[in-house]
Design a binder for this molecule. Structure first.
Ligand code: GLN
Length: 447
């Protein structure tokens, strides 16, 4: 704990943590020491973990990096976080992220961007940017983030670490601030696949506080990391031909595929006809869900309240105008529009149908192949300020991560070297739903 606290102090310019809990973490460490001596320590004993600022931890501030939750403290601890504590993890602090997890660069945070340690003028990715930097810069051993459309995988790729999103519903969402509830999933940012497996094993499983959490048995993922000798691996041909895909990322992906072929796996190019529709479908559905989820922040129940309101309506308007940043406001407006009576069928219903097609085709491919392999991102980490101005470009850059989110299948980003400037490149692997043990075993053999 002292080691990490020292690193956090020395690397404050990275803006990875919004808040650090030194006394508590040291006290937890003492308690774990005593348990280790008594032989009663849990599976995560000594693991120092940071939490993205979207996870509820009783008595601790929770803000989703937003002004609108100013001063709010959580009244309870979410299920995943409680399970970490029950296995003697040590929680060291709350990490910076995009406001309400909306973004891909950590630049929409009310607290300013986190910075990539490889080049502090560049973004760490997002929305779990601070969580990725914290692991990259050795400020904690692992971070718990959330992934709605790529938020653990994309920053992991930009920071050269492992980012893992399990199957939708594998981990309870109780105590996770809602962005788009039919997509949101807790995920991990770690240095190794083993750590990701261990954390999943601890956090996964049914939960009486989240009726959508899967009832399936939780395998001992960390004990099943030996890969099979032969896999069937597919890659979507169109992904590698995308205009805008960085040539070095394309080359790294092709090299990985060649390596898999050389190792005796079957590697085949496949067609996926919906690539052009996945980003629009994702943004119609997630903004619709967000506009509904975020209606609860009204200046009455939580956090910030506009001081100059004169009646109830002006209280709502002023609180939300002052409390939400521009990206969150844009998404609430977009989501409200696609749900409005005259446009509902044209946008929301249609997007639901397209999601179904995308899911069915993805599931079909993942029955035919054990894994789909694709780049995590079309580019490496961009400069702070460069893309944030161009909202559409930022949305389109989610092209490779949102497929797994629309289909609800698990996906992991593993480091695949660096480009000629030394910037990390990520390789993404998808498997069928609830096949995490296979996905993790294969990913482990790749890293
Ligand atoms: N970049 C995507 C978005 O802005 C993904 C964010 C996420 O997974 N939370 O919606």
């Amino acid at each position: 704990v002292e080691y990490y606290l020292d690193n956090i102090r020395r690397k404050q310019h990275l803006n990875a943590f919004l808040e650090v809990w030194p006394e508590e973490a040291l006290a937890q460490a003492d308690a774990v020491d005593a348990k280790l001596a008594a032989g009663t320590a849990g599976k995560l004993a000594g693991m120092v973990i940071g939490l993205k600022d979207v996870l509820a931890y009783e008595g601790h501030a929770l803000q989703s990096s937003s002004h609108i939750l100013d001063g709010f403290k959580s009244l309870f601890t979410g299920t995943a976080v409680q399970r970490l504590l029950d296995e003697d993890a040590i929680l060291i602090g709350r990490q910076n992220c995009d406001e309400f997890a909306m973004g891909a660069s950590n630049e929409t945070s009310f607290f300013g961007p986190a910075r990539n340690e490889v080049d502090p003028e560049r973004v760490p990715g997002g929305s779990s940017g601070g969580s990725a930097v914290a692991v990259q810069a050795d400020l904690c051993l692992a971070s718990i983030g959330s992934d709605t459309g790529g938020s653990v995988r994309q920053p992991a790729a930009f920071c050269g670490i492992v980012g893992f999103k399990p199957t939708y519903s594998r981990i309870s969402r109780y105590g996770l601030v809602a962005y788009a509830s039919s997509f949101d999933q807790i995920g991990t940012l770690t240095r190794s696949v083993e750590d990701a497996a261990l954390l999943l094993e601890v956090m996964a499983g049914s939960d009486r506080f989240d009726s959508t959490a899967s009832q399936r048995e939780v395998p001992a993922y960390s004990q099943q990391l030996a890969p099979a000798p032969h896999y069937r691996i597919g890659y979507i041909k169109d992904c590698l031909e995308r205009p805008g895909l960085n040539a070095e990322i394309k080359a790294a992906t092709e090299q990985a595929l060649d390596r898999f072929r050389g190792q005796g796996h079957v590697v085949e190019g496949v067609d996926f006809p919906y690539l052009d529709y996945i980003v629009p479908t994702y943004y119609i559905l997630t903004t619709a869900e967000a506009s509904s989820n975020l209606s609860r922040y009204d200046g009455v129940k939580f956090g910030y309240r506009a001081p100059d309101a004169t009646d109830l309506e002006s209280l709502y308007k002023k609180t939300r105008s002052q409390g939400f940043g521009p990206e969150v406001q844009r998404r609430i407006l977009l989501g409200t529009f696609v749900l409005s009576a005259s446009y509902y069928d044209a946008y929301y219903t249609k997007a639901q149908r397209v999601r179904r097609l995308i899911k069915e085709k993805t599931d079909e491919l993942l029955r035919e192949y054990d894994f789909l392999v694709l780049p995590t991102t079309p580019t490496t980490a961009f400069r702070i300020g460069d893309v944030n101005k161009d909202t559409l470009a930022m949305y389109l850059a989610d092209i490779f991560t949102v497929q797994a989110s629309l289909a609800g299948v698990p996906a992991i980003s593993v480091p695949a070297g660096t480009d000629s400037q030394g910037l990390p490149i990520g390789l993404q692997i998808l498997s069928g739903a609830f096949r995490e043990e296979h996905l993790l075993a294969f990913a482990n053999s790749v890293t």
